[in-house]
Each structure stands twice: as C-alpha cells, then as structure tokens.
Ligand binder design. Structure first.
Ligand SMILES: NC(=O)c1ccc[n+]([C@@H]2O[C@H](COP(=O)([O-])OP(=O)(O)OC[C@H]3O[C@@H](n4cnc5c(N)ncnc54)[C@H](O)[C@@H]3O)[C@@H](O)[C@H]2O)c1
Ligand SMILES: Nc1ncnc2c1ncn2[C@@H]1O[C@H](COP(=O)(O)OP(=O)(O)OP(=O)(O)O)[C@@H](O)[C@H]1O
Length: 529
C-alpha cells in the first residue's frame, strides 16, 4: 500500500515520480484519507507494526513527497530564470551588434559626403547615381560606387608609392527593365496607393555598369603554382601596360615571378605588408582573377569592405563564377574597359564569433566576410554536432548531425549543393540554411530572407565543440557557449558577366554540373491518343 506513494527517485530537476504527484495531488490526499478511515487496514497495520511506526512512515513519505515537489518547482523556477537571463544577454549582444552595424552604415553617407565635397572641389566630377529604395541597398551601392582620391595615406607605403594625385575611376550602375538596360534606378518595389498593394520594379534585375571615367588601375590575382596561369599573367600584364597604358598591381609573389621573367616588369606595383591590403580598394578600379572559383573567393576575401568590380578568367576545372575564357582575354578586357558591362551583384555574409568567455565585454574577433558560405561542422570528432540555431532571436531548430552550412546564393552551387541545398540564382537575396548529414529524416534545407540575423550556438550540454570555416578556410573552434552570428554584409562583390547574369548562371550549371542532362526520348514509340 505504501508503495502507491513511494517516490523512488527523481532527476536533477526533481522530475520523475514527483511529476505524477504534482500532476494529480488531490488523488494522493484522498487516498491517504480513505486509507486512514479503513478499519481493516488499521487492524492489519496494528498487527504488522506499531501505530507509531505506521504514522511515522506516512509522515516521512508525505514530507519526502513535499520536498520533491518543492525541489521540482525550484528547479523549474531556476531554469526559467536562467533562460530569461540568457535571453536578455543574447538580446543585449544582438542590440550591440545591430547598433555597431548601424553606426558603420551611418558613417558611410558621411564619408561619402566628405569625399563628394573633396571631389567636387578637386575635380567637379559627376556624382554617381544612387538607387532610391531600401537603405541597405542604397548604402551598399554608394559604397561600391565611391569615388576616392588616390593619395598615399602613408608616404612610405609601397602601394602606389609612385602615384601622384589620381582619381579612382567612377561608374554608375543601372538596372535593366524587361531585359533591356536603361538608366532607371531601383524604385520602391511595393506601392500601396489607394489601399491597393502592387509590386513594381523587382530587386534582382540585370545590372549594367557604365564607366564615367576610364579605369586606370588594375589589380590581378592569380592561382599559385600553376604554369599556365603564370604564362598568361606575364602576357596580360605586358599587354595591359603597353597596349592599354594601365597601372598594374599584383601580389608580392607574382611580382617576384614577373621580375624573374624580366627586369622590365619593375613598373608593376605591389605591397609588402599585409596591412596595406586594406588600402587596396581606394586605389583599384578593376580586379582580374586568373584561376578557378577559389581565386575569385581569394580575391573577394582581400576586401574587408567595398570591392571593385571583378573580371574572372576561367583557368580551373569548373568555374561557376569565372565566365571569361583566357584565350580571348584581349577582346574580353577591351570590352570591359570600354563598358558598359553586365554584372552579377553577389551578396556576401558577414560573420563573427561571440565567445562565451567574453560574455561581459563586447568582443572582438574580426568580422569575416564570405562569398560562398560559412560552415559549422564537427571537425575531427566522431560525436554529432549539436547546434542551436536562432533567426532574429526566434528559435529555428537544433542541428544534430555533421554540421550546418549558411550559404549565400552564389555559394548555393558549392558545398551547400553537395549537402542537398537548392541551386539559387546568385542575385536572389537570401541565406541558405543547409544541414550536413542531419540525423533526422525530416530535416530539409531552408532559404531565409536576406534581412535576418542567424545565430548558431554550441549549447553548454553539447558533447563536443564545433568548427567554423569561412569559404572553406580559416578554421576556428567553437566551444560550448560560443556562438556564430551571421547576417548579410553591406558590401557585395560585383563580377563581370560574359553575357548577362541569368545566361551565365544557367550556362555554369549546364557546363559545370551537366544539370539535368538526359538523352532525349525518341518519338519512335507509343503516344498519347
Ligand atoms: N563537398 C563539397 O562539395 C565541398 C567540401 C568542401 C568545400 N567545398 C567548397 O569549396 C569552396 C572553396 O573553394 P576553393 O576553390 O577554395 O577550394 P578547392 O580548391 O578545394 O575547390 C573546391 C571546389 O568547389 C568549387 N567551388 C567553389 N566555389 C563554388 C561556387 N560558388 N559554385 C560552384 N562551385 C564552387 C571550386 O570550383 C572547386 O572545384 C568552399 O567555399 C566550399 O563551397 C565543397
Ligand atoms: N592568389 C592566391 N593566393 C593564395 N591562394 C590562392 C590564390 N588564388 C587561389 N588560391 C587558392 O588556390 C586554391 C585553388 O584555386 P582555384 O579554385 O582558383 O583553382 P582550381 O582548384 O584549379 O580550380 P577548380 O576548382 O575549378 O579546378 C584555392 O584553395 C584558392 O583559395
């Protein structure tokens, strides 16, 4: 009889048998009463044990039950308080992150204004055209269009040390209308005049870049350790200088290669210190890449802010972002330098890690920008990753598997595709949320809108840490309590198109992946009657 009330054991939160008592406490009391009123039971008890012992037993069991209930309630309250504290802490960090980003964005128009005044004063240059809608797009475009003065910030800087005062080439962007380029700018997408909601111009039209002043400064990135790339770079640098009269910048490694070819390449400019790379953007009108997609990723990673337009030549096995053929480099570059050219505006993600250790002082690790994706995986451990994912502070899901890929739409044809994600046109704004080998039958990839902030956290009860990599590089460990915060960056990467954005994208998936290649069924057979 007494076993009806016995609370054998409880877990750390006081759950277990306590729950059954808590869920139905009245039954427990009424059973006790009926037991006490049962003469037969009392007689039996008197025979088996002394009255003192019996009532002691009941009192002990009853007080045990109460203690367990109290423990369970305390556990619940503590859990709730902890969750609330954690939510508040994350909200604080999120707000800090947001205000930091807003500050950055606010500074942009100021700098732009300052530049503009300086420019107007120096050279009465035409102002760039700025699209009128959405703030983030406006800032992004202002930033990539910025006119800047080529002045050495540090007199001893090797970058452009033989430059006099030069002006960065200016350009304007225009959005095509029904496939035709014109001078229209982006307009509000949704109008709601007279209560009627209608959509007008869409955001992802073909974009055309027109030079307003000729590009003068070209930076070439090359895939290392490739003989064919080295041969082409020698030829291209000479052509750009002798035929086009351009200033050419290359990486220090490439300058050494060129000089070993001939001392006549000493006009080529480079840098010595990695810190000087941050000075590249104001000096470079155009970037050329010679290699595969990896070289485009490498080039983009050199720019921690705005990126000059990139002309990617294909010298790898695939090439989803490299539409130009190296054999025709002269014709291609002639056309690009003259303009106008179609571009694909590829979004990037900005990511940063928040360490649990740095909980009380807003940390700190450098923001990383990715053109393809940021991956959180299990590294060399054999344990499942356990990743809690939030989207703007709403819980999304917990990833248990090999990891998670947060990809741009440009990266949708890379790792995300291999993990089962959809292929998405690179100009569709969005963040792909693709699990890697999830240990669940119902986990499907998601595509989230471009305005959200995604947070991926390793929970404190995780069995192992996780590893983050950025476009397949720069691996960093995430310990329990650490989080990765990721949102759309305001600095896209514009790559020149061979034809136009959609045509290039479709060609790349046909040529690169043999997408949906199937022998055509012959008409020689049964037909619908
Ligand atoms: N299982 C996989 O498919 C897998 C695994 C790891 C990394 N990757 C990809 O490799 C990228 C790094 O490229 P890398 O060249 O520095 O390394 P890499 O030299 O190892 O090349 C990886 C391959 O991915 C291709 N690739 C890169 N970006 C692409 C894109 N946007 N669309 C289609 N294919 C693309 C490259 O052309 C190359 O063939 C990572 O960002 C990741 O997307 C893929
Ligand atoms: N300028 C560079 N400096 C250092 N590393 C680079 C540079 N350019 C490319 N890489 C690296 O070299 C590797 C190979 O580059 P890339 O993908 O362009 O060539 P690939 O592998 O031959 O092309 P594909 O994958 O199409 O066959 C990549 O990991 C990339 O990060």
């Amino acid at each position: 009889m007494s076993s009806n009330y016995k609370l054998n054991h409880t877990d750390s939160l006081g759950n277990g048998d306590a729950n059954s008592l808590r869920s139905n406490p009245e039954n427990a009391f009424s059973d006790l009463n009926s037991l006490a009123q049962s003469e037969k039971a009392v007689e039996e008890l008197l025979i088996q044990q002394t009255p003192m012992q019996a009532s002691d037993d009941h009192l002990i069991e009853f007080s045990e039950a109460l203690r367990t209930v109290a423990k369970a309630l305390r556990g619940c309250a503590e859990g709730k308080a902890l969750a609330q504290a954690e939510a508040a802490e994350w909200k604080r960090r999120y707000e800090l992150e947001r205000s930091k980003n807003l500050d950055l964005l606010r500074q942009a128009p100021l700098n732009e204004e300052a530049n503009s005044m300086e420019m107007d004063h120096i050279a009465k240059s035409p102002r760039l055209h700025v699209p009128e809608n959405g703030k983030s797009a406006r800032y992004a475009l202002e930033r990539i269009c910025a006119h800047e003065v080529l002045q050495d910030c540090e007199p001893n800087s090797p970058i452009g040390s033989n430059n006099k005062l030069k002006r960065k080439a200016s350009f304007k962007l225009s959005w095509g209308c029904k496939g035709q380029a014109n001078d229209q700018h982006k307009k509000d997408i949704v109008s709601f005049e007279s209560g009627n909601i209608t959509t007008a111009d869409r955001s992802s039209k073909q974009i055309s870049l027109t030079w307003e002043t000729s590009p003068q400064n070209v930076l070439i990135f090359t895939k290392p350790k490739s003989t064919s790339v080295q041969v082409l770079s020698v030829e291209m640098v000479r052509w750009l200088r002798e035929q086009k009269g351009l200033n050419v910048y290359v990486e220090p490694r490439v300058k050494a290669e060129l000089l070993s070819e001939s001392s006549s390449f000493d006009f080529v400019q480079t840098w010595e210190d990695d810190k000087e790379i941050s000075l590249l953007h104001p000096k470079v009108d155009l970037v050329i890449t010679l290699g595969g997609d990896g070289t485009v990723l490498w080039a983009a990673s050199m720019f921690k802010g705005p990126v000059p337009p990139i002309v990617p030549f294909s010298m790898g096995s695939l090439g989803f972002m490299t539409p130009f053929h190296s054999e025709q480099y002269r014709e291609c570059l002639e056309a690009v330098l003259k303009g106008p050219l179609s571009i694909t505006l590829r979004h990037r993600l900005q990511c940063h890690i928040i360490r649990d250790k740095a909980r009380h002082d807003y940390e700190t690790e450098e923001n990383m920008l990715v053109l393809n994706e940021v991956t959180i995986d299990r590294g060399i451990t054999s344990f499942l990753t356990n990743l809690e994912c939030y989207c703007d502070n709403s819980f999304v899901t917990c990833v248990q598997g090999d990891g998670l890929i947060l990809s741009t739409t440009s990266g949708s044809t890379a790792y995300s595709l291999a993990a089962g994600g959809s292929m998405v046109h690179p100009q569709v704004p969005g963040i792909l949320f693709t699990p890697i080998c999830p240990h669940s039958l119902s986990f499907r990839p998601l595509i989230l809108p471009d305005h959200v902030t995604v947070r991926v956290q390793v929970p404190f009860n995780s069995r192992s840490s996780a590893w983050v990599s950025f476009d397949g590089k720069g691996r960093k460990q995430l310990e329990a309590g650490d989080a990765l915060v990721c949102s759309m960056a305001p600095w896209p990467v514009s790559t020149a198109c061979q034809v136009e954005s959609t045509n290039d994208f479709l060609r790349s998936i046909h040529d690169g992946l043999h997408w949906n290649l199937r022998k055509t069924q012959s008409s020689d057979g049964p037909r619908e009657t």
